[in-house]
Design a protein around this ligand. Structure first.
Ligand code: SIN
Length: 315
């Protein structure tokens, strides 16, 4: 087993879970303030493994926020869908949250495509921290994919082509779905549309990531509609190749912490075939504006950047 202890004073054990992404971390209690060495070790593991997992961390909302705040400024729970009452930085991920956003027969099944969190904003959260509370005995796994390795595994000519492209990301109901009045109002009141590079340079590591958040990226700027559709389908199929991914089995007390600058993820749909409940809570950390290979930053076409929640009243 490929197990690494880093660095010595942090007493943290990092156990990789697949070739390219995902590691389980042990030897740390997330409910207590971390030492600088622990913060450094966890941040290092996040950069290396893109998504890191902790087990048996039974955090309250307050402890979840306190743990997250050691790695950056927290955003409001969700810029469009709000937050848990009394906890402005916590977003509730319940089994039926998406089902209630759409109308009609197929829409009773929630849409849960591959995506990177909130890429319709000009500054998508740099990281997300998701904690499992009510977890089905089986089913309900989440998957993540490594967008850096996906970029590196493209052929050189295709890499050179996508390096210069930009795409439009927006919040919208999925194709064929019609949002409820409440969903449509939330999206209209807080419309977010941004243009991001298709290849993002990671601000901490300098790596290039194929920044093609499938749920939000709608078109490639400058291409004809059919060219854009075919290219995006090719890239989406490529980034979700199973050898770039890791699949996580939740337990109550599990925490997943991922880097949104280099990953996309997929929420489970099998729970809708099971008579089980599933409840998780998420925090997100304020992100910077992505920058492309040519040094050009993303631009907001509609909506405001996702700000910090700290200034909000606690109710
Ligand atoms: C998310 O998309 O952040 C939630 C993932 C999940 O429900 O497993």
């Amino acid at each position: 087993m490929n197990t690494a202890v880093v660095p010595e004073e942090a007493q943290i054990v990092v156990r990789p879970l697949s070739a390219h992404i995902g590691a389980e971390i042990s030897g740390v209690d997330l409910s207590r303030p971390l030492t600088q060495a622990q913060i450094k070790a966890i941040r290092g593991a996040l950069l290396e493994w893109r998504v890191i997992f902790f087990r048996e961390q039974f955090l309250s909302h307050e402890q979840h926020v306190a743990f997250s705040a050691q790695f950056g400024e927290l955003t409001v729970g969700h810029p469009v869908f709000g937050h848990v009452e009394g906890h402005p930085q916590i977003y509730s991920i319940s089994k039926f949250r998406k089902a209630t956003r759409f109308e009609g027969e197929p829409l009773l099944r929630p849409w849960t495509g591959w995506h990177t969190d909130v890429t319709a904003a000009v500054n998508p959260p740099f990281a997300s921290i998701l904690r499992g509370v009510t977890i089905p005995p089986f089913g309900g796994d989440t998957q993540w994919t490594n967008l850096v390795v996906a970029y590196e595994k493209l052929s050189a000519p295709l890499r050179a082509f996508v390096d210069g492209l930009r795409g439009v990301h927006r919040f919208a109901a999925p194709q064929g779905a019609r949002g409820t009045d409440a969903f449509d109002k939330a999206v209209k009141d807080q419309t977010l549309v941004s243009e991001h590079p298709l290849v993002r340079v990671h601000p901490e590591t300098g790596e290039r990531a194929l920044y093609v958040s499938p749920g939000f990226l709608k078109e490639v700027v400058g291409l004809a509609p059919r060219e854009s559709q075919v290219l995006l389908e090719l890239l989406w199929e490529h980034v979700t190749r199973s050898d770039f991914t890791v699949r996580f089995k939740w337990e109550p007390g599990s925490v997943a912490f991922w880097d949104n600058r280099s990953t996309a993820h997929l929420a489970p749909t099998d729970i809708f075939d099971l008579d089980v409940d599933r409840q998780l809570y998420r925090t997100t950390l304020v992100g910077d504006v992505p920058v492309g290979v040519d040094g050009r930053p993303s631009v907001a076409l509609q909506g405001s950047p996702v700000g910090a929640a700290a200034a909000m009243a606690l109710n």
